[in-house]
Design a protein around this ligand. Sequence first.
Ligand code: NAD
Ligand code: TYD
Length: 353
Amino acid sequence: MILVTGGAGFIGANFVLDWLALNDEPVINLDKLTYAGNLETLASLQGDARHVFIQGDIGDQSLLTRLLADHRPRAVIHFAAESHVDRSIQGADEFIQTNVVGTFRLLEAVRAHWASLPEAEKNAFRFLHVSTDEVYGSLAPDAPAFTENRAYEPNSPYSASKAASDHLVRAWHHTHGLPVLTTHCSNNYGPYHFPEKLIPLMIVNALAGKPLPVYGDGMQVRDWLYVKDHCSAIRRVLETGAPGETYNVGGWNEKPNIEIVHAICALLDELRPRADGASYATQITHVKDRPGHDRRYAVDARKLETELGWKPAETFETGIRKTVIWYLEHTEWVAHVQSGAYRQWVTSHYEVA
Ligand code: NAD
Ligand code: TYD
């Protein structure tokens, strides 16, 4: 079996759902259920013995030690993090606690577990750390995309905390020999994305008749990847990546924010036209820019493509259409997130640590 941290969040939950749809290897899912953790996303796994959910903190080393001893996973996939840049600007405490200290505690518990394994299991064991392209900082308009050799230049409290965790993971490999793998993915989008991030926020606000708040001039560039393509990349790196290596993950889909917002508006105009016949684009409002806003991210994923043979399945056009349709069809999930009802989701069938 595998141990996943943060498996009730956006990417972690998509990963768990895809994993169990593709094979029967059980998943231990450790998640603290912060505001970003949503068990409703995993409702289809209720009663499925292949999924064991544990509510707990990656900073709780004794819990981790117990979980690792009880379940003896062959791999740990580490998604758990505070992930929203704007929240990290409001206050960075939780980012340091979870992303830095939490990753340290997790590494220590995993190292002790790994060291105790028999040789064959020890050799096969993997710790996969899910990082971000944001650790590389901001690119000039014509600069080449980030490769794995790019120097770290994190600019936000979020990216600085992720960079710190990357360094710890690297050191635990270099010093202690822990077989680690690190992925640096670009911006994800798709089903079950918490509507505080750009793409789901725009869909949800558009449908509610609210303003679509574009920071500054909207010409900041992000490199978008459909979440299920990120999950397939993680599976590929887990099975075939070389310990100690880092892999960039991206779909060569660089787009300025304003273009993303217009693409969403055009899809909604087609799929759910406004009653008054006007375009959703009339709701676009330019608002104050984010402090320290990184201007451009772009990922060079050639190492993953050539060495491990990974390719994304979706283009931006197919992925964004699927995403908009998903949000149109899952209004209850969105309503529960917005009302806070998802936090009262019945957890009685889950083990609470
Ligand atoms: P998310 O915020 O949606 O989910 C994070 C999950 O971690 C939540 O379920 C939360 O409850 C859990 N969590 C937080 N603190 C915890 C703790 N101390 N102990 C246990 N669980 C805890 O984040 P996401 O967008 O799914 O991102 C997952 C990972 O992928 C993060 O490490 C993030 O840095 C990385 N990443 C995200 C993107 C993106 O576009 N979203 C891109 C590249 C990399
Ligand atoms: P976000 O989804 O927060 O991801 P990240 O900051 O990690 O890239 O934001 C994506 C881009 O969209 C980023 O350039 C900030 C911008 N943005 C807006 O213009 N308006 C918004 O309301 C939000 C949430 C983001």
